[in-house]
Structure formats: structure tokens, C-alpha cells
Design a protein around this ligand. Structure first.
Ligand code: FAQ
Length: 311
């Protein structure tokens, strides 16, 4: 049966079609998807924290309403993604347990502090911008539930990016102090946002296989250089600069180039030793414990409803 399953799977991948939850799939494919989708879900949920930090201090009622909506969108993205991962047979409780035990990964970017209001602009523009660049190709991921979830997620991320850019634009056209605050935020978020795309291609153990399976469509470096080209043009509209004087378009390769990134810092963040790792996990654990009564009540209610329909 495995042989027939493998042949059917290979045919679906070869014609660039979609694998659905009930289809046979190789264990490695299932595992890599659970790994990537659960990490992605955790990123959305942990990613709520840096911005939630500024909800009470948003500079106006309008900004506060927009920021709250954005943070709620991230929660929604996390939930779609946990559901997509569950279709592969891993329960959400298991994924959550791994996260709060410090055993699961989530994006490096969310381990950096949000120091000023301008960081809300820089996160929207750079972090959501990088997320879009990475996730638009994932709309075509071979696993159906993941690709379909990405379509809606990307639409919402586009709105998030615009709102971030607009925050920066307003600050950049404000007082000298506001302009400085925007520049400082860009200076701090630039390199971490480039690292979101993952390690360089020659040090990315999962890329090759994920590309063969049509999960990833482009390599980490390909997407990173594409993103650099985008923000290089956009920063001009802000009248601000990127903290990298080595960005250039290489006419020969047709690719953008940027200055070196500190991959030792990236490794430290992945190892749990970034500026905010401990705080993010502690907060996530606390939220999980505080939510225990909600989960219990929901489970009791569901059980009661199930008994009612039995009779
Ligand atoms: N952070 O072999 P590769 C968002 C790990 S956007 C932490 O290249 P792969 C929106 C990687 O897991 C952020 N770990 O791996 C938002 C692997 O370790 P493992 C979420 C990283 O999978 C905005 C090892 O390094 N987006 O949330 C990172 O082929 C604002 C080797 O790497 C996604 O997750 C990193 N940056 O490529 C929310 C997108 N990079 O698992 C709130 C989906 C690599 O073997 C507020 N994911 N690692 O232990 C992907 O596209 C891929 O998984 C990559 C990594 C590109 C991230």
C-alpha cells in the first residue's frame, strides 16, 4: 500500500497539484509540514506580544483601535495554522505544550524588544513586509490546508504592512524628534527582519527537500534579496535610510545584494538566548495557565452538547 501511496504522492507533486489530509504521504513530508506549520502558528501567537506592549500607549484612539485589530488578526492567523497542522495528526495541545516547555521554535524576530511607538511602524513595514514576501509563495504550498490558510493570512498581512508604513510616514514627516524615532526603529529592525528568512542557503538543511516537495518555492536567500530590493525603494518614500550602505542591485546576476548579517546573533536567539526569549515564553506560559478555566468550560459545554445529541 505504501508503494502505491508513494507513487500517487509523487504523481501529485510532479503535476504540481495538492496533497489533502486524507491522501497518503511520506512520513518525512508530514513531519516537515508539522514542523513548519506549528512554528509558523507559534510565531503568530508569540508575535502578538511585542505589539500588545504598545496598545495601552498608542498615541490616539484611532491608532489604538487599529493596533488592537492587527494583534487580533495575528491570533486568528495562529488559529488557522494550528488547525492546518492538526489535519496532519498532531493535536494542538501537544503543540502548545511543546511551545510553553521551550521545546518548539517560533520566529527569531519576536525575541526583540519594542522600545518606542515607532517600532509599531517598523514591525508593520519590515516584519509584516518580510512575512508577506515569505508567505505569498507559500499560498502555492503543495499541502492544501496550509496553502489555503496562507491566502487569507497574506491579505491581512498586506493591510498590516500598509498600516506600519503609514505610521512611519507620519513620523518621518513630523517633528525632528519623531523623525529620529522612526529612523532609530528602522535601524534596530532592519537586520532582524532580514534574518526572518532563515539561515543562508548553504546552511539551510531543510530547504532542498522542502523545495522538492513544493512546500517552499524559493530559497531563503532568494526571498531575502527580493525583500531587500523592495524596501530599498520604499525607504526613499519615507525620506529615511536603511542601516546598510552595501545594498546594491547586481546587474550581472539580476539580484539585490546587502551587507553581512550577524549569524552568531541569530544562533543565539534560536538557542533561546535572545533579548526577550525568556520574557516571551514566561508570558505565553502565564497566558496559557490563566486560560485553563476557559478551556475546561468549553470542553464541559461540548461534552454536554454531545450527550444531548446522543439521546
Ligand atoms: N526563526 O533549514 P532552514 C509572522 C530554523 S511571520 C527561528 O532554512 P526551513 C507574521 C528552522 O526552523 C514569522 N527559527 O528551515 C507576524 C530550522 O530549525 P528546525 C513566521 C528559524 O524551515 C508579523 C533551522 O532554523 N513565519 O509570524 C528561523 O526550511 C507581526 C534551519 O533553517 C513563518 O514561520 C527564524 N527566522 O526555513 C506575526 C513562515 N529561520 O525546524 C505577528 C513559514 C530558520 O529544523 C506580528 N516558515 N529557522 O529545528 C518558513 O517559511 C520556513 O520555515 C523558514 C525556515 C523560511 C522560516
Amino acid at each position: 500500500e505504501d508503494q502505491a501511496g508513494q507513487a500517487a504522492f509523487d504523481a501529485i507533486i510532479a503535476e504540481d497539484s495538492r496533497i489533502e489530509p486524507r491522501d497518503w504521504m511520506p512520513e518525512g513530508y508530514r513531519k516537515t509540514l508539522v514542523r513548519q506549520i506549528s512554528q509558523h502558528a507559534h510565531s503568530e501567537i508569540v508575535g502578538m506580544q511585542p505589539e500588545a506592549n504598545w496598545i495601552t500607549r498608542a498615541p490616539s484612539l484611532k491608532r489604538k483601535a487599529i493596533l488592537m485589530a492587527k494583534v487580533q488578526d495575528e491570533a486568528g492567523h495562529g488559529l488557522y495554522l494550528y488547525s492546518a497542522a492538526e489535519t496532519l495528526g498532531t493535536p494542538r495541545e501537544k503543540m502548545t505544550e511543546d511551545l510553553i516547555a521551550g521545546k518548539a521554535r517560533y520566529s527569531s524576530i519576536f525575541n526583540y524588544p519594542t522600545r518606542s511607538w515607532a517600532d509599531m511602524g517598523a514591525i508593520g513595514w519590515l516584519v509584516d513586509g518580510a512575512a508577506i514576501c515569505n508567505q505569498v509563495p507559500l499560498c502555492r504550498a503543495s499541502y492544501g490546508p496550509y496553502g489555503r490558510a496562507m491566502v487569507r493570512v497574506c491579505k491581512e498581512e498586506s493591510f498590516h504592512q500598509r498600516q506600519g508604513f503609514e505610521i512611519l510616514l507620519e513620523l518621518a514627516n513630523g517633528t525632528e524628534a519623531q523623525k529620529q524615532m522612526a529612523q532609530d526603529a528602522i535601524n534596530r529592525w532592519y537586520a532582524p527582519s532580514l534574518m526572518m528568512f532563515g539561515p543562508p542557503d548553504d546552511n539551510s538543511p531543510n530547504s532542498q527537500q522542502s523545495m522538492k516537495w513544493n512546500i517552499k518555492r524559493f530559497s531563503n536567500d532568494e526571498l531575502r534579496q527580493r525583500f531587500v530590493g523592495m524596501i530599498f525603494e520604499q525607504v526613499k518614500v519615507l525620506g529615511l535610510t536603511l542601516p546598510d550602505d552595501q545594498i546594491r542591485f547586481n546587474e550581472e546576476t539580476g539580484k539585490w545584494e546587502h551587507g553581512p548579517l550577524d549569524w552568531d546573533e541569530f544562533k543565539e536567539v534560536l538557542a533561546g538566548r535572545g533579548p526577550c526569549n525568556a520574557q516571551r515564553l514566561a508570558r505565553r506560559r502565564e497566558a496559557h495557565e490563566n486560560g485553563a478555566w476557559v478551556r475546561e468550560a468549553a470542553a464541559a459545554y461540548a461534552a454536554k452538547q454531545a450527550r444531548k445529541t446522543e439521546v
